[in-house]
Design a protein around this ligand. Structure first.
Ligand SMILES: [Mg+2]
Length: 321
């Protein structure tokens, strides 16, 4: 079975194999970056960094399929960058190939110890670099598909609750260190029981798939996640997003679901559905765990339902409500 083909279009996992591989090139010498850019730009999406901290930031945000990493750089050297990539759950599965002029066995062994998949000496042969990149990108993508299959919701093709729970734990730990904002959205399809009673369970399943696809296509950053939380409930994880940003996103998603489930758009024989959305935003001074964050979102979802459904509710008042 072709896994990619069996996924609905518009979900984060559909179309995964068709897109161009994403490559991050890291070297403190701009001339080397330019050289590698020329080698790969025609058939890859190439990101570049000339120092380690920038490389870590790009890796987190852009989720490249592979990183070509210079060893000798001022400040953070390549070994240190690689160790940090491997310590972060968001970047640890990205293969790293070291590029270095000092390709002695000792440093090569060290490079493999810190988690690199390969080592290429400088000056490098273009064909060799291309061949090795191709091999490791292919392996990476096969691994991604298998990993994601474990974390997929069978009905809708988006992430399942297990995946969400794991990502939430990681993000919660991260904001303890960084103090960065973090928000979640709890999203519930309005009057879904009534929908099932009127149109049947097959249509109900179809409806959930369309809602999932609408939510997935509405997310903007690779680090945003939408998952099926259970039944007709969905959840979004929005790293680096404060309460205002999350409320704005929730409002966009609310409108998008209603638009994309219109019979004229969806082609389905049943009427459009709406969702109610509750926003939760991390406040480290008041919240003790990620459960508190979900509780705030749940209370706000309850307020949205009480307000007549097809609505977004946000705000800190919820925890004491
Ligand atoms: Mg260098």
């Amino acid at each position: 079975m072709d896994i990619a083909q069996s996924l609905p279009a518009g979900t984060p996992f559909g179309g995964e194999l068709e897109r161009r591989p994403r490559l991050l090139v890291v070297d403190d010498q701009p001339v080397n970056v330019q050289l590698l850019y020329r080698v790969f730009a025609a058939d890859h999406q190439v990101f570049a960094a000339t120092e380690g901290n920038k490389a870590l930031e790009i890796a987190r945000q852009q989720q490249p399929d592979l990183i070509l990493l210079d060893v000798v750089m001022p400040e953070l050297d390549g070994f240190e960058v690689c160790q940090r990539l491997k310590a972060d759950q968001l970047t640890r599965d990205i293969p790293v190939i070291f590029l270095t002029a000092n390709a002695d066995p000792e440093s090569e062994a060290h490079g493999l110890d810190v988690g690199a998949v390969d080592f290429i000496g400088k000056p490098f042969n273009t064909k060799v670099v291309r061949a090795r990149v191709k091999t490791h990108v292919t392996l990476k993508r096969q691994g991604d598909l298998l990993r994601r299959w474990v974390f997929l919701d069978g009905l809708t093709g988006i992430a399942n609750r297990r995946h969400f729970d794991e990502r939430l734990a990681v993000e919660w730990a991260r904001i303890q260190r960084s103090g960065a904002p973090l928000s979640v959205l709890l999203i519930d399809v309005d009057h879904f029981k009534r929908f099932n009673d009127s149109h049947g369970h097959q249509s109900g399943d179809d409806c959930l798939r369309r809602v999932a696809a609408a939510l997935a296509s509405g997310l903007q950053r690779p680090t945003d996640l939408v998952a099926r939380y259970g039944g007709e409930e969905f959840v979004c994880l929005l790293p680096d997003t404060d309460g205002y940003g999350a409320q704005h996103m929730a409002e966009q998603l609310r409108q998008r679901v209603h638009q994309e489930t219109q019979p004229g758009v969806s082609g389905a024989p049943w009427p459009a559905v709406t969702v109610s959305i509750g926003v939760g935003s991390a406040r480290l001074d008041l919240m003790h765990s990620a459960d508190d964050l979900l509780r705030e979102a749940d209370l706000n979802l309850y307020r949205a339902k009480k307000a007549g459904r097809n609505a977004v509710r946000a705000g800190a008042a919820a925890l004491s409500a």
